[in-house]
Design a protein around this ligand. Structure first.
Ligand code: BES
Ligand code: MN
Ligand code: MN
Length: 462
């Protein structure tokens, strides 16, 4: 398939211009003020699938944002690859920390991306990575290089929990039938160290509300004599980890299966430089669960983190006040066999149990998701590995990712399909953060690598 390289050099400018256009649309699913833009992004994706050469495309309405579907069926007896991705993005806040506006993409070189990176919200997560598949499919469909059937399912609610997609799967099992699901919504170790994600962590996300007195009070008149919900909440949160950074919630680790020493030794072979890691984040030291390495802490171990905490007066200057209420948003990343609903319940019980008698607590669950692991001993994994070998000249390293894509375990439950996670982003690409970017080299390398997956998967399946 020597022409893929030629095709890319011939169409490179257009490939970049198109993704830049898509990145200009602020398709923020979490904020209803942007609902028109989310729909506009869906229309853009549908149109791009049509232009790329799909026979059928459709904007499928759901209770929430639509799922964009497209397909090209060349022969029902051949394998079918279903591509999943998302066209929605995270809110760009805090906007003032961006060096350029989040929805006005600019291409700039960085230390890790000397050939330039596209700076915009969604460039890496996931518009840029999703669009690589559209362009790879365009190459295959326009050059008679598509060796099997292809289906696209691109959703608009991934960043808010994929609620509608779960229903969509149940209602469209037949239409979505496939032999493998292909996803680029994770990362890789480095541009010269390709890796394939073999796992995703699950998620339990809760919001807590702690109430003290029935109204805000003068902190001089009442201070020292009444429960201050912010003081109490801080103490409760601090008690959720012990001195070894183990989570103290009763039964939290019950279902966690320890990864074997052999597998840990295998994982430890993946290159990881702690000094570079600390330097990139400007931290003097790392911190985490005793007995595990940094890589293990963010991949094979469950965690608990406060994502936001508020209450009282946070405006300019000083206001002397004891708040009536304090709040926090807490996420727990889960590993295989932990169940998000069970963990949410354990958290709730624990949080109620540790609450001092003089305050009230309320725990509200948000979206959650199951963890996921795949076997490297499968046709899909082997085809993906061979595709990387072809274009990177190196065997990819299997690595479990720390993030979550809650719909992936449902693909297995509802569609009975395994997913292959071919991510081309870097951890330093700042997804969900200010100045998110995606390397131009990575974007084009993804487009180059993907067609080989189709070729090898089809060959290996027959
Ligand atoms: N693409 C990410 C997930 C991801 C990133 C997995 C990097 C592995 C490596 C996805 O868009 C995401 O942000 N997921 C959320 C969960 C969702 C329910 C909001 C997450 O992991 O926080
Ligand atoms: Mn994503
Ligand atoms: Mn995301």
């Amino acid at each position: 398939m020597i022409q893929i390289k030629n095709y890319i050099s011939e169409h490179k400018e257009r490939f970049l211009n198109e993704i830049v256009e898509l990145l200009k649309i602020p398709s923020i699913s979490a904020d209803s003020a942007y609902s028109k833009d989310v729909i506009a992004a869906a229309e853009f994706v549908e149109n791009s699938l049509k232009e790329a050469g799909c026979d059928t495309t459709e904007i499928c309405e759901t209770k929430g944002y639509p799922v964009v579907y497209g397909e090209k069926i060349i022969d029902k007896s051949l394998p079918t690859v279903l591509v999943y991705g998302h066209y929605d993005v995270q809110p760009p806040d805090p906007v003032e920390l961006w060096d350029s506006p989040p929805f006005e993409p600019v291409i700039k070189a960085t230390e890790l991306h000397p050939e330039g990176a596209i700076f915009a919200r969604g460039s890496c997560d996931d518009k840029g990575q999703m669009y690589m598949h559209v362009k790879a499919a365009e190459f295959m469909m326009k050059n008679n290089e598509l060796p099997c059937n292809i289906k696209f399912m691109i959703e608009g609610e991934e960043e808010v929990g994929s609620d509608s997609l779960a229903d969509f799967l149940k209602d469209n099992k037949e239409r979505l039938s496939n032999d493998i699901i292909l996803i680029s919504d994770t990362g890789m170790i480095a541009n010269d160290v390709p890796s394939i994600a073999t796992g995703l962590r699950g998620l339990s996300y809760v919001e807590v509300e702690v109430t003290g007195p029935n109204r805000d009070l003068h902190s001089g008149i009442y201070g020292g004599a009444v429960p201050n919900p912010i003081n109490v909440l801080s103490k409760m949160i601090a008690s959720l980890h012990d001195e070894n950074n183990h989570i103290t919630i009763k039964n939290f680790y019950d279902k966690v299966v320890e990864v074997s020493a052999e597998e840990r030794a295998e994982m430890a072979k993946a290159p990881f430089n702690l000094e570079d890691y600390k330097k990139a984040l400007d931290i003097n030291d790392v911190r985490g669960e005793t007995g595990y390495t940094t890589t293990e802490r963010f991949s094979i171990r469950p965690t608990l983190d406060v994502n936001g905490i508020w209450g009282g007066y946070t405006g300019e200057g000083a206001k002397t006040v004891i708040a009536s209420k304090a709040y926090a948003k807490i996420s727990m990343r889960l590993v295989p066999h932990q169940d998000p609903d069970e963990i949410t319940e354990l958290f709730t019980k624990h949080f109620e149990a540790i609450a001092p008698k003089d305050i009230k607590v309320k725990v509200t669950p948000h979206h959650g998701g199951l963890p996921y692991v795949t076997d490297i001993d499968s046709t899909g994994y082997r085809a993906a590995a061979k595709a990387y070998e072809t274009t990177f000249g190196r065997t990819p390293i299997p690595q479990r990712g720390g993030g979550s894509i809650p719909i992936v375990p449902l693909f297995e439950q509802v569609l009975d399909s395994k997913s292959i996670l071919m991510g081309f982003g870097l951890d330093s690409d700042a997804i969900h953060s200010p100045n998110e970017h995606f390397g131009v080299w990575n974007y084009l390398k993804g487009i180059e690598t993907i067609p080989y997956f189709y070729k090898y998967f089809t060959e290996m399946s027959s």
